[in-house]
Design a protein around this ligand. Sequence first.
Ligand SMILES: Nc1ncnc2c1ncn2[C@@H]1O[C@H](COP(=O)(O)OP(=O)(O)OP(=O)(O)O)[C@@H](O)[C@H]1O
Ligand SMILES: [Mg+2]
Length: 282
Amino acid sequence: MHPRNKCRLISRMNDTNPAPAPARPDSSVPVIEIRDLHKAYGPLQVIRGVSLVAPRGHVISLIGSSGSGKSTLLRCCNLLEDSQQGEILFEGEAIKWRGTGMARVPADRAQVTRQRTNLSMVFQQFNLWSHLTILQNVMEAPVHVLKRDPKAVEARARELLAKVGIGDKADNWPAQLSGGQQQRAAIARALCMEPRALLLDEPTSALDPELQQEVVKVIKDLAAEHRTMLLVTHDMRLAADVSDHVVFLHQGRIEEEGPPARLFSAPRSERLRQFLSATMAE
Ligand SMILES: Nc1ncnc2c1ncn2[C@@H]1O[C@H](COP(=O)(O)OP(=O)(O)OP(=O)(O)O)[C@@H](O)[C@H]1O
Ligand SMILES: [Mg+2]
């Protein structure tokens, strides 16, 4: 048989009998999608019809003045807060709800747990357990919530602590670390859940400028690895450097959004212009 025909035959055999492909999520489906979300605390409307999309591997930054609803939006995403209207989708799967309006709650507990595992959160104030060592902090949820093998989790935890530059702090208590080191431990803890996306709520705001840079470097490394992230930040330089898309929230609505190069250099809305000039002047 002519070698070319042999090749064709093999390729035809492969067509009818394909080798099992490794399961790979469909990259065209956004990791997170929010459609027309509304959230109130009692009479106070905090999120008023927000829609956004976080495609796989993209960094979406949320900026806006204090009280504009940035943290609330992140917390709604991983269901730490209930919302009254609108949809939240994770990799195309919509959160199931029971009830309507103020009585609306997630209907499926297993789905809530999945959502929180898939979207790991990093808080401004680190929130490390003070009675656990750094290593134990990182291992806690994967071992006790996700029931993963402690040996494998420990190996991964040590790897992640080394990755964020604090491999030598594994056996220290949180109080023995600087703020920047604690925040890097909190990022390692979030990563140890092997999440599909990270939600970071002002990860650098509680830190002195020089400690901020340690955390900024870790966030930039994660962005360079194409981690999907929703990042709330007051650091416009960080937002400009790492984001694929920036969303400016004002009083619970998206006032303006776009790629950072355009948004920061040529803001269209007067409110964003004012916000940027006030923030840059700080
Ligand atoms: N648990 C709560 N109960 C009642 N109101 C709340 C609660 N949490 C937040 N709010 C209100 O919701 C609004 C949005 O708060 P949110 O924390 O989302 O703002 P933010 O944009 O993150 O602000 P900041 O930049 O100061 O962190 C504010 O008016 C706030 O007072
Ligand atoms: Mg906030």
